[in-house]
Design a protein around this ligand. Structure first.
Ligand code: FAD
Length: 312
């Protein structure tokens, strides 16, 4: 089939690649690419954060992980293995398994930080947007067409896939889709152990995470409601709070290189449904990387086999 994918963030590019793998002819149209997308701002570690519904999210996340794991062998993809530690308020050594771990192995272990609070330990991935996004684009047969789409139904193809992230609020008239502000501090590696990532969600108002990349650290974060239609602005108080948390954990981070802010496309549930010729695939909240391949496979299922569009 001939398919137009609108959007070239991690969701659009992964969807386009997945559809090409299944024999479809795909063109990607995007207003912005690479560093200008929300996907470029992400900490981008594998963890299902602020996305729903839970049962589909765990299945999409597991599918995505199975796809990303072999990419570790290709440094150009920017995917690297990390041992994840999720510090929670769960008590003791044997609390109920967390919802997000329904399809992965987790165990209880002290987090590798000062004070060593108890954590869930699991195999995670650190993904570098500056590598994965161009890597995905390079796997596609045709270059991305740079253009702003104003009417999804006006796009050519048997199917049009809407992967426009937060912009779907206006493009699809979906007011359930809301901006959720996030901010990351990028620092030199310092003496931090590159093999582990740490997330601390005990206080939702003081979310903290550490994700080592091959040559820098990502420190976060926050998840705050943001006025629709307003661009994100770096908040120096949030930067100071994140750095203070890193210090309190005794993390030997290097000097700060830059600070970035972005708006997660949050929706109570990812919109993944077909309406006539249009398939919507947006609203991945804080988990666009984590869900990218699983959602792309669901899109492919909604499209159907490549031969279905061919006339005998
Ligand atoms: C601070 C922060 C940290 C994060 N950390 C993580 C993390 O650790 N792990 C994780 O999995 N996720 C994380 N996320 C979430 C993740 O970044 C998003 O879920 C993901 O980037 C959404 O991808 P997307 O492709 O849907 O949207 P986008 O990256 O926003 O891409 C949308 C695309 O659509 C195009 N577009 C929009 N409107 C139009 C139009 N009218 N015409 C043509 N093109 C259009 C845009 O130009 C762009 O190419 C984080 C987000 C933030 C802000």
């Amino acid at each position: 089939m001939n398919i137009t994918v609108v959007g070239a963030g991690v969701v659009g590019l992964t969807t386009a690649l997945t559809l090409e793998e299944r024999g479809h002819t795909v063109r990607v149209v995007a207003a912005e690419t690479g560093d200008a997308t929300t996907s470029a701002v992400a900490a981008a570690f594998w963890f299902p954060y602020r996305a729903g519904p839970p049962d589909r999210v765990v299945a999409w996340a597991a599918e995505t992980k199975r796809w990303l794991d072999p990419l570790i062998a290709d440094p150009a993809s920017g995917v690297a293995a990390r041992t994840g530690y999720e510090i929670t308020t769960d008590e003791g050594l044997d609390p109920p398994r967390p919802w997000w771990a329904a399809q992965i192995d987790v165990s209880r272990a002290p987090a590798p930080v000062a004070g060593a609070p108890i954590a869930w330990r699991y195999a995670s991935l650190a993904i570098e947007p500056a590598r994965l996004l161009p890597w995905l684009a390079s796997q596609l047969r045709a270059p991305i067409e740079h253009r702003t789409v104003t009417d999804l139904a006006g796009e050519p193809g048997d199917v049009v896939v809407n992967c426009t992230g937060l912009a779907a609020r206006d493009l699809a008239g979906d007011h359930a889709l809301l901006p959720l502000f996030g901010q990351v501090v990028i620092a030199e590696l310092g003496e931090v152990d590159r093999s582990v990532s740490v997330t601390d969600d005990r206080d939702p108002d003081a979310l903290f995470y550490l994700v080592p990349r091959h040559d820098e650290l990502v420190l976060g974060g926050c998840a705050l409601p943001w006025p629709p239609g307003t661009p994100p602005v770096v908040d120096t108080a949030i930067t100071a709070r994140i750095l203070a948390q890193a210090r309190s954990f005794g993390l030997p981070i290097g000097p700060v290189k830059r600070v970035r802010a972005g708006l997660r496309p949050f929706r109570p549930e990812v919109r993944l449904e077909r309406v006539g010729r249009i398939i919507h695939n947006y609203g991945h909240g804080g988990a666009g990387y984590t869900l990218s391949r699983g959602c792309a496979v669901s899109v492919a299922e909604l499209v159907g086999p490549a031969s279905a569009g061919l006339r005998p």
